[in-house]
Design a protein. Sequence first.
Length: 185
Amino acid sequence: MTDDHAKLDKLIDDLFAALDDGDRILSFERLDLLWARLAVHIRAEHLCLFPAILETPQTKLTGSRGAPQYDEARNALDLLRHDHDFFMRELARAVNIMRKDMTLSDRIVMSGVLREVRHFVIGVQTRLHTHNQLEEEQVYTWVGMLLDEAEQTELTIRMRRELANIPPRFNQQEQIDTPDGDIVL
C-alpha cells in the first residue's frame, strides 16, 4: 500500500503539471483518474485492512511489543476514515467544478476554474501527507504484529483485488499499473 501512496503522489504531481499548463482536458482526465485511484485505495482499506485489524482477537490488541490496544487501533482507523471522507468530498467538488465548466471558452474564467481546482487538490495533498504517515508508520505495521502469515496472505489477495477494480472508463494501461505483486504494508 505504501507503493500505492507513491503512485497517488505521482498522479497529484501530474495533475498539477496539467493545471499549470492550463490544459483543461488533461487536467480533468488526471483529476478523474486521481479520484478513481484514491477511491479504490480507500475501498481496499475500508473493506479489507480496517476490518482485519479491528477483528483481531482482543488478546492480541494489548499494546505490547508494538501492537496497539483496541481503543488505539479503533481511534486511528476512525481518524483515517474521517480523512478518507474529506479526500473524496474535496475531489468530488473539484471534479464537479471541472465538469460544469469544461465548455467555457473564456480563458480568464477557465484560468480561475483551474486555480480553484488546484486549491482543492492542494488541500487533499496536504492532508494526505500526514494521513499517509499515520498509515505507513503505524497502521500498516500492525498487520505483521496482529495477523499470522496465512491471514496476511489472504489480506494481500483481497486488497490487490480491490486495487485492481478501477472503473472501466480508464485505459487498459492504467488498469495494468495496479499492484500485481505482494502488497507491502
